[in-house]
Design a protein. Sequence first.
Length: 439
Amino acid sequence: MASTQVFVFTDKPVDANAVVVAWRGTEPFNAYDWITDLDFQWVKFSNHMGIHMGFLEALGLGSRTNKQTFKAMGMNAAIKRQKIALQEYMEADYQEATHIPGTPRPPPTPHHKSKQEIKKTKPTSGLSEAIVQEKDLAYDKITKTVCKLLLDNPNAKVFITGHSLGGALATLYATMLHCSGETEMTSKIAAVYTFGQPRVGDIGFANYARRKFDNRYYRVVYCNDMVPRVPFDSDQSGVDDDEEPHEDQVFAYKHFGKCAYFNSVYDGKLTRDPPNRNFFGYPGIFVMPLTAVWELYQSVMIMTTKYGTEYKETSASIIFRVFGLLLPGVAAHSPCNYVNSVRLSPNFPLAEQLADDIADSAADAVRDVLFVSEDLQDIYNAMPSVPGKDNWKLALEKIRETLLSEKPPQTHADPHTPSHPRLHFNPSSIPATIAEAKP
C-alpha cells in the first residue's frame, strides 16, 4: 500500500473537461511491487467474482495477511452501494412528486455528493479503523479527490489509465467504483485505457466488468510482452453472460473486452486475445528471440533516422533490450514500446478486427500462426535495404514455411465450453514466401 502511486490531474485548472487518474506500474527495484505481481491468489466474493488478492491490497482495500479484511471490504462496499441506491430512489420519488403534468419527465440521475458528504464518506477498505485513520489508502483517498474535482468541474469526464501493475489497478479501481455504488463517478467515466495490463480476476469478474464498461474499456498489448499473458488462463471458455466461474480451475484468470494488439513494427489489430495468450505457447516461443533481435536493431538503427530524435531511446532502454535477447517477453514490456505503438501505428485508432469468438486451443493455435506469419512479413517490409537483407528474407521464409506446415494440437470437447462460433483459417491461403514491400 505504501508503494502504490497514482497521479490525478485535470486538463485545465478551471472548468476542466477531463480528470485523469493515472496509476503507476511496477517499479523495477521495489520488492513490494514484485510480490504483488507474483502473488496469484485471488479472493472469492459472494457475487461469484474472483479478484487478484495482491491488486486489492495495493488499492488499500484489504491485507493478504488477514483475509477477513477482504470480507469486511465486501460488506462495506455493499452497504455504501445500498445507501446511495436509497438516496437516488428518494430523489427520483421527489422528482416524480414535483413533476408538472404535461412536461417531459427528467431522466433518473446519480446522486451528487456535497462537499460535506464527500468529507464524511466512510471508507470502503476492510482494514482496521486504526490503519484507516493513520494511512492514506489508495482507493478511498483517490475517490474522495476525484469526487471533489468533479464537484468543482461539473462538465468534466473521468479517464482512468495505467501501465503494467498500474493497468491492473486502473481496471480494478474502475470496477470497484461500480461495486461500491459510486454512481456519480461511474456515470462520468469516459474511458479506461490500460497498457501491458496483467489479468485481474476470473470469469465472474470479467463478465461483471465487461457489462459495466461496455465500449469504454481499451486494453493495449505490445507484441511479445509477457505481463498481459499472466496470471495464466487455463480455462478455454470465453467471457460470456451465461458462463459461470469454474471452481476447479487453478489458473482461470480472464481478460475482457477487445485487445488492441501491436506487433514489433507497430501495426495494430483488434482481437479478443493477443497471440500466444499464455506466453509459453506455440508458435510464439520459437519466434520471440528473432523478434527481440529485430527490436534491438530497430531501436538502435532505425527509430532515430526514420522518425526523428524524439524517438531516440535512452541507454537504459537499449540495455533492457539487450537483456531481452535472453528474456524477450520482459524487454517487450518497456513503456516506450507502448508509446511508440500509439504514436506510430499506421491505423490507429484500430479499425481492422479479427473474428474473436475462439473457443478451443486448436483454433487459437491456427490464429497464432497467422499472427506470427503476418508479423514476420511486417518485419521484413520494415527492414531497410542493407547487406544481409536477402539472408533475413530466406530465414523468415523458412520459419513461415515451418509454421504453416505444422499441424495445430488437437483438443477434446470441454463440457464447460459454450457454443461459440469457431474462427476458421485456411493456412494454405497464406503466402508461403516473404513479399517485397509495396510502395
